[in-house]
Design a protein around this ligand. Structure first.
Ligand SMILES: [Zn+2]
Length: 275
């Protein structure tokens, strides 16, 4: 099956916007009686019209569902209905610093989420970001609310793990920064990368932790900030714990974390383990 790159996505997005903006907005006095139009079905909402535009466009720029490969939709209704937050709370425990990190996650990693994430991160399908950002936002809100109930007022700095220059160059965007932005926050740059590390996906649990050791350092701006970490997928927690360690060493107060999906088989409930 043909892969569709970033440029293709952009072309599609502008075409949909161009098509959709030709649809007359229904707003008060400026709206003419729909019966005299005859060209556009006036019973469609603007959103529905956009959907139909997307379908029509799929004929010109072939596409398949990012979740299930069904042809002609960016993300089909069935897959969309399954990208819904089912919030869960855990605590990550850093055995070295003996620090805890509260964690809210939106979903367990499975299909169709895994496929959608893969196409989003590795195949440039940035058009699905809003569908991934919706459940992520729920986890972020839960994390924020759990802190807010303890302290008022609250100014949170949202921080995502920095992506290496190489991966940014390769993709042209940082997937997690894009997701956090789509979820409604502007991630703050409070972390820098000390050294490159091996690809985590090839490593076992213990290797992941040693691979992440001292990878990040806090920037001076981290001092005194109250931080919630945001990430897309959590497997062992090594990345988030390293972010927390570096930020805390730099004088930040890391109060929690929010993750879209966690990987069940590798995840250990360290809260119970260390209780
Ligand atoms: Zn689908």
């Amino acid at each position: 099956m043909a892969k569709h790159g970033h440029g293709c996505d952009n072309a599609r997005r502008s075409a949909i916007t161009a098509l959709a903006t030709t649809y007359p907005r229904i707003s008060g006095k400026s709206h003419r009686a729909s019966s005299d139009s005859g060209t556009l079905p006036s019973m469609w909402s603007f959103q529905e019209f956009k959907e139909h535009c997307a379908d029509a466009l799929a004929l010109a720029l072939p596409i398949s569902c990012a979740g299930c490969d069904r042809p002609d939709r960016n993300l089909c209704q069935e897959c969309r209905a399954r990208l819904v937050a089912d919030l869960q709370y855990r605590e990550l425990f850093d055995a070295e610093s003996l620090q805890r990190l509260p964690l809210w996650f939106a979903m367990e990693l499975g299909e169709p989420l895994s496929g959608v994430l893969h196409r989003f991160k590795e195949q440039g399908r940035t058009s699905v970001s809003k569908h991934l950002a919706t459940p992520l936002r729920e986890a972020m809100k839960a994390s924020y609310d759990s802190v807010r109930s303890q302290e008022l007022p609250l100014r949170i700095s949202w921080v995502v793990p920095p992506s290496s220059r190489a991966s940014f160059r390769q993709r042209g965007y940082s997937p997690i920064a894009l997701l956090a932005t789509a979820a409604g926050v502007r991630p703050e740059k409070l972390l820098a990368i000390n050294r490159t590390r091996a690809d985590q996906s090839q490593l076992g649990r213990m290797q992941r932790f040693s691979n992440m050791k001292a990878v990040y350092r806090a920037l001076p701006a981290a001092q005194g900030k109250k931080v919630i970490l945001v990430d897309d997928v959590l497997t062992t927690g090594a990345t988030l714990l390293e972010c927390a360690r570096a930020l805390r060493a730099g004088g930040a107060d890391v109060v929690g974390s929010a993750v879209l999906a966690y990987t069940p088989k590798n995840f250990q409930d360290t809260r119970r383990e260390n209780a």
